[in-house]
Design a protein around this ligand. Sequence first.
Ligand code: EPZ
Length: 420
Amino acid sequence: MYYLSIEGKQKLKGSVSISGAKNSALPILAATLLSQNPVSISNLPNVADVKTLLKLLENLGASYETTQEGIKIDSSTVNSACANYDIVRKMRASILTLGPLLARFGHCEVSLPGGCAIGQRPIDLHLKALEAMGAKIQIEQGYVIAKAPEGLKGATIIFDKVTVTGSENILMAAALAHGVTKLVNVAKEPEVVQLCEILKNAGVKIDGIGTSEITIVGSYGKLLPLQDIKVIPDRIEAGTYLCAGAITNSKITITDVIPKHLEAVALKLQQMGFGIEITDDSITILPATKILPSDIETTEYPGFPTDMQAQFMALCTQADGTSLIDERLFENRFMHVSELSRMGASVKLKGHSATVEGHRELTAADVMATDLRASSALILAALVAKGTTKIHRIYHLDRGYENLEGKFSALGAKIERLEE
Ligand code: EPZ
C-alpha cells in the first residue's frame, strides 16, 4: 500500500497536459463488444479503472495489444456473457457491459455493482429501459440475469432521472436492437456525446446527439464496423488541476483540453475572482487578488459537475467569506468533509447542503482517501496546508488520475508516493 506525502505552501507554475477521459474510455471499451472488427483506441488514460475493464473484457474472451498511441482491442472473439462479481465489485462501471452483452448474445449475467462511498447508486433505470426493449430481467444471488432470445426491440424510453451510464448502456443496446429506439431525458455529458459519435461513425443512424432526445435505428443484431477512436480529454482531471492553480493562487496552464467541456467550472472560478485565459485547446488560470466565496449547486451537464464538488469545497475554505454547496445528484457525496475538517476546514452539513467557512488556515494531517474525487480534494487542501500531509488509501486516486504525482511535481508541488 502507498501513501502520498505532500508539503504545503508551494506555489505552482508551468503547464500540465490532460489525459483521456476515464468516463469516456469506459463506455468506449464496453462499446467494442458491439464491433465486428478490432478497434484502435488512442489517448486511453493509464488508470486503474481502464485496466479493470480491460481485464473484464479479456475474461469474456476479448484480446488486446498495446500500440504506440494506445491499444488495439478485438472483442469480436468474446464468447462469454457472464461478468462476474470479483471484477464488477472493483468497478461499478462494469455495468456498462450489460447493454452490449445482452444486445449481442440475447442473454447475459452481470453482477450487481453494489453501492459505493458516494451513495447507493441503483441501476433500476438501466433495467427498466432494457425491459421496455423486451428483455426479461431477474436478480439472482447478486447478479442481473437478463434474457432477450429474439434480440432487443426498439422502444421509446423516458428516463425518470438523467443517468450517464444508464444512457450509455441503452444507447449501446439500441444500436443492435431490432427497430427504432427513442430515448428521452438522455444525459448530455461529453462522454455520452462521444459514444453517440462512435456509433454514428460505425454507420448507425442516430439523431439528436448532444440533446436530451435521441433516436437510434438498430442494426437488427448485426455487429458494427467500429472505426478508430481517440478518447476525449478528461474534463474532471482538467478541472482538478485548475483548482490546484486556484487554491495555491498560482498561474498554471492545462493543455490538450476541450474548453467547452469546462464552461461551468471556468465560470465558477471567474466568479470566485480568478482570471481565465482560453485558447482552442488550453486554459490558463491567473491568481485572484481576493478569492470570493461561492454558491455551488451540482447538476447534470452542462451545469456544474458533481465530480468537481469536493475539489471546490477545498478551494472554498480559502475564500473571503462563507460558501454554500448543494449536492443535488448523490445522497452521500460529502465523505471528504470529515477529512478536510481534520486539516482545519469548518464545514457544516445539513442534508445535501454544506456551508463552508472561508479564511481557514489549513494544517497538515494524516488523512484517508474515501472515493476518487474526495481524494483529489485532499490533495488540493494539502497543497495549501502548513506542513506535510499524508494521504492514505490512494488506490482511490489511481482509479481516475493518470501519473498524478508526476504531473503535480512538474508543476512545482512537493509530492511523493511512498510505501506505508
Ligand atoms: C457517472 O456515474 C459517472 N461515472 C460518475 O463519475 C458521475 O459522478 C455521475 O455519472 C454523474 O455525473 C461514469 O461515467 C463511469 P448517474 P453514474 O447514473 O452513471 C441516480 C467519477 O468520479 N440513478 O448519472 O453511475 C443515481 O443514484 C464518477 O468519475 C438512479 O436512481 O451516475 C444518482 O443519484 C463518480 N437509478 C443519479 O441518478 C439508476 O438506474 C445520477 O447517477 C441510475 C442512476
